[in-house]
Design a binder for this molecule. Structure first.
Ligand SMILES: [Zn+2]
Length: 143
């Protein structure tokens, strides 16, 4: 098995879209959705028209411009904005042993060094739940 390389920024990108998209604006979420549609269309070119309708048209000038340097660059801009505007709201579950971001906000084991904190599972669940709720409130406040 090839050794995994820890790339903190790519872990943050995944956290953002998987758990904290509530911190994104409607426009940012629309770009994300269109990006997903575009990915699906690469595997299903005959359904491209339908996918553009369902996911949002990635050819729309605003969306295309956001994605012009690639999805990761777009996501990094969103992360930067969120880290400036709400530095406390993007919760990253850090391993206390190796200080890397672990798989999910709820995780009690580090996939990098193997350290685990299952004995504090309830505490970790509470931390994750509160973080996700705070992010949701942020979405509510903006709409
Ligand atoms: Zn670790």
């Amino acid at each position: 098995m090839p050794e995994r390389i820890y790339d903190e920024q790519s872990v943050k990108r995944r956290y953002l879209w998987a758990y904290f998209s509530a911190l994104c604006s409607d426009g940012e979420r629309a770009v994300y959705k269109a990006h997903l549609g575009r990915l699906k269309a690469t595997n299903a070119p005959l359904q491209e028209k339908m996918l553009r309708r369902m996911f949002g048209d990635w050819g729309d000038p605003t969306i295309a411009s956001e994605l012009s340097e690639g999805f990761d660059v777009f996501t990094d801009r969103v992360l930067l904005r969120i880290e400036n505007e709400y530095p406390e709201l993007l919760y990253l579950n850090l391993c206390e042993q190796c200080n890397r971001i672990v798989g999910t906000p709820m995780a009690c084991i580090c996939g990098w060094c193997g350290h685990n904190w299952f004995s504090r599972r309830d505490e970790q669940d509470g931390i994750a739940e509160r973080a996700l709720k705070r992010a949701e409130r942020c979405r509510d406040d903006r709409s």
